[in-house]
Design a protein around this ligand. Sequence first.
Ligand SMILES: Nc1nc2c(ncn2[C@@H]2O[C@H](COP(=O)(O)OP(=O)(O)OP(=O)(O)O)[C@@H](O)[C@H]2O)c(=O)[nH]1
Length: 339
Amino acid sequence: MISATRGTRPALNLLPKFQREPGAESEVRLKNQIICRLRFFPLTSVDGYRSVTKKLHPVPFQGLSDDCYLGLMSVRVPSMSVLPPVRRDRIIAQLPQCYSKKAAVHTKDEFNSKVKTACQEQRTGTVGRFKIAKVIVVGDLAVGKTCLINRFCKDAFDKNYKATIGVDFEMERFEVLGVPFSLQLWDTAGQERFKCIASTYYRGAQTIVIVFDVNDVASLGHARQWLEDALKENDPTNVQLFLVGTKKDLSSPAQYSQIEQDAIKLAEEIKAEYWALSSLTGENVREFFFRVASLAFEANVLAELEKSGSRHIGDVIKINSNSNNVYATSKKKQSNCCQ
Ligand SMILES: Nc1nc2c(ncn2[C@@H]2O[C@H](COP(=O)(O)OP(=O)(O)OP(=O)(O)O)[C@@H](O)[C@H]2O)c(=O)[nH]1
C-alpha cells in the first residue's frame, strides 16, 4: 500500500519511497479511501524522465487538485482511468504553421505523409502509449518563461515577478492526428544563482525553447550561451530548437521590427524556429505550443517508423536468404573468427 502526497512541486524527493518492480500493482489511498490502482512501468518506456529521478514518473492525477503529483507512472485499469481524456482544445488535426518562413524547423503545410499514414493505421509504436516529450524552457531572468508556460497551461497571467527557484514543470496532454501525446514543460530559473540547479534538469530534452524579451536586446544576445549550456546535456542532432521573443505587447511596431531582424538572423544561424508572442495578451501562445507539440510528435513518430523499418529490413534478409548461403556465411564467419 502506498500513500498520495500533496505538494506544489513534483514530489521528486518522495519517489524512492514509491519504488516498485516494473509491472507491480498498488492501490493509492487518500484519507484511507482507495482512489486509484496503479501499475509501475519500467523507466525505459518513459523517455525524458530518466534525467530527473532514474526511478519513477510523477503524473498529475484525477480527483486531486492540479498541484498534486504522485511519484508514480499511471496505468489504465478496467474500472477506472487515471488520466482524464485529452481536453477538446488540445486536439491537433492539422500541422500548425510556423511563425516566419525565414526561420522555421520546416515550412511544409502538412504533417509528413508517412506520419499521417502511420497514425491512421495505428502504427505509431511507443508514441501514443507512454511517449512524453521533454521540453526545456531557458533564458535570462524575468524574460517571461514562467508566464509563457502559465498562460498556456493555466490560462493565467501574473504581473508580479516571482523568480523561479531551480525548476518547475507542467504536463500538457494533446491528441495529435488521433494519437495521445504529452509534453512535459520544464520551466527553469534564469537567475544566475539558481542556474546550476536548473541545468541538472536539462538532460533528455527533445525540444529546447530559448526565451528572450523583445524589449531587451541583451536577453537576445545571451541566447547563444543558453543554447550552449542546454546542448552540453543533450545531443544537438536530436533536439528541436525554438527561439521565442516574449512581451510583444510592450514594444512598438518600429521597435519590434528592429529586434525581429536580429532574432531571425540568429534563429537561422542556430537552426531554431523563431516565434514572437505575448503572455499578457495571449497572442501566439497557443499557436506556439501547438507547433512545438506537433513537431515533437512528428519527429517521434518518424523515429519509431525508422526503428520498426530497420527491424523489417533484418527480417527480409533472413527470409530471402537461401539456407545454403546462410550456412556458408555462418561457416565463413566462424572460420574467420577462429583464425
Ligand atoms: N507585459 C508583459 N509582461 C510580461 C510578459 N511575460 C512576462 N511578463 C512579466 O515579466 C516578469 C517576469 O516574468 P516571469 O515569467 O516570472 O519571468 P521568468 O523568465 O520566468 O523569470 P525567472 O524565473 O527569474 O527566470 C513578470 O513581472 C511578468 O508579469 C508579457 O508577455 N507581457
